[in-house]
Design a protein around this ligand. Sequence first.
Ligand SMILES: [Fe+2]
Length: 157
Amino acid sequence: MDRVSMAEAFVFGRFNQIGDAKWRTRAVYHSHAVSLLCALLADKRGLDPEVAAIAGLLHDLYAYEKQDYADHAHLGAARAREVLESLGLTTAAENGLIASAIYHHDDLTLTDGPMDELLKDADLIDNALSRPARGIKENESARIEKIRAELGLPARM
Ligand SMILES: [Fe+2]
């Protein structure tokens, strides 16, 4: 089994233990969507699609396990590192990239490293672009325009 599938088996195994159906469904849907978008954007940006896909799978694991988004990026980075070290699928350098991306993924108005930016963008596409009726938050609009331009989509404004 490849590394992404092994990480997915672990993450979805955890999600299957979530009792609340709404949280459980959202966890599976969102984590899968973000992982796929991470792999796609990584390919486009010359980053490692496998590492990106694993970051996407793990990025909200902490929030779903706790059913709480409070400080989930920072706390989730530590949780992801713990999972990565126990799974042993990734190198120390890859663990560092993934933990950093998760740590920064809620800081939409800051520009961080390439893998950090990739996770923010993948998360935002699923949260905003795939749900036009949700509306765009103030801290998301500049990033959304940048993603749309990168993907060759027309500007909203
Ligand atoms: Fe997310």
